[in-house]
Design a protein around this ligand. Sequence first.
Ligand SMILES: Nc1ncnc2c1ncn2[C@@H]1O[C@H](COP(=O)(O)OP(=O)(O)OP(=O)(O)O)[C@@H](O)[C@H]1O
Ligand code: NI
Length: 304
Amino acid sequence: MPGGRHIAAVSDASFELAAGECLALVGESGCGKSVLASALLGLLPGNAETSGEARLGDGLELLSADERTLARTVRGRRVGLVPQSPAAHLTPVRTVRSQLAETVRELTGARGAALAEAVEAAAARAAFPAGHLDRYPHQLSGGLAQRAATALALVGDAPLLLADEPTTGLDRELVDRTADELRRHADAGHALLMITHDLAAAERIADRVAVMYAGRIVEIADAAVFFGAAGPRHPYARRLLDALPERAFTPIPGMPPELGALPAGCAFAARCATPTAVCEAVPALAGGVACHHPHPAAEEASCA
Ligand SMILES: Nc1ncnc2c1ncn2[C@@H]1O[C@H](COP(=O)(O)OP(=O)(O)OP(=O)(O)O)[C@@H](O)[C@H]1O
Ligand code: NI
């Protein structure tokens, strides 16, 4: 950070993601979701530090990979990205058709009529209307820019797709359509990390859910358990669900801590209804949950 300030935007994020699987990464604004995605693609600012490892199925370790490898063989090819701010990632002076054509040509080698056809097919996959292909980015609504970015991200057929808020700015019907297309992409054998605020979209397509709070993954659970009767185990994750309009509609009191000034122990303790003295130590992620007094697991609850 300028002025020498140091922010631990993401710490202790550990998970596996298999081909054909969709993991939804959820959590409040500013908790580190996009930083995690950027780190995997080597897209963090030059002064950012990363440690640990992130290994692709083919063995490549992303955090230590050099820029040349990332640019030539990773971005778009081995790891696709639907960026969080699609408008910022589209080239302003070129039409969507021309940008899609360049990406298709580069990643698939298609030329001529096959190229034109592949461009339209790519647009259709992301529900981008063919009639708008000759528009420039500034002529697109937020939703259309989102769909253009999704179309671009799907072209390379990368084994891993990172979709950062892929449904922002879309109405419910298009949210569902986009989510379903991403699910089909996973079903076709791709690994999908979907970063989202939209828990309904996560429930619709995710196999597992990872909850992030203040830069750490505090729970990873099967989506069926997480959204089902048992519910999540971490108090923050339970509150996140309770905050949904279609559930209790009870906002989480308080604010997440500043990442530059994290409290010493559990970062959620200040907002937790049941903190105890042990919460002064950071809880490790154990059995899928990082909490000193998690809600009982489904099997424990059903035995009680
Ligand atoms: N380039 C940067 N320089 C300094 N701090 C940054 C930078 N990018 C992100 N941060 C900080 O890292 C933290 C995590 O940001 P991130 O964008 O990953 O959050 P997020 O979970 O994706 O939020 P949102 O849901 O709003 O997209 C934030 O507190 C942010 O201020
Ligand atoms: Ni983000």
